[in-house]
Design a protein around this ligand. Sequence first.
Ligand SMILES: [Zn+2]
Length: 244
Amino acid sequence: MATNNLTIRYRREGTTYSGELWDGTQFSGWEFRKIIGRIHERMLAIIAIDTPSVTFIRSDLKIERPYRLEEALCQLIKTDPVAAVRFMSPNPVTIRIRDNPPVKRELDRKSTEPQELTGSILVVGHDVLADTFGYWVYTSRIKDRSKAECLVCGRWASLEESGELKVLNCQECGAPPLLLELANDKWLRLKTTELINFATLSGLERLFIPRNWGYSMGGPWVDVSRLAEKYTQFKKEKSYVCND
Ligand SMILES: [Zn+2]
């Protein structure tokens, strides 16, 4: 079986789903988040550079119309399943975080009308990914291929090659050189844990992160301690998506 595509056959039963996963596993009465959680786990288990593609096939229609998710959305399922559920959920989603006391949070959904999963048009580009928070932080916007935003001072720093990675070297503030991964030609990214480590080891109390989620924390400057708290919260939400 090809590992570069994950096909899910499903039928809707009210607000839950029944069907079959790519490996023949039958499921019934699953919530949507659980399907996404399984896809996410499978993606992490596959050791491949490319993120597998994902195809949904609704099995209770006369004509089967496979619906292949766009690449950016597959990436989102891999890196941030909570955000993926949020984007794709056919129904309004309430994420219950297993906390003491329990915290309930209604997620932002403009429409409360149930939609068909295969009917919704999903446009998820890298700019949307850049505004999500999860295992990765989209740290710096790239300018003219040779410059990127400095996380320490917010000015344009020079960008140099280092094998597969990029080195951000800021002459403006003299921040320690930082190795970042190229997400695409517009964005650099770094694993959130590595970002927190970098800040802690460099003695930085705040970072310049002009992303939507950063503004909700008083950005563009984000306190490193609050960043660490947010990451802990993300992992709790993620365990809700991925656990039964
Ligand atoms: Zn700088």
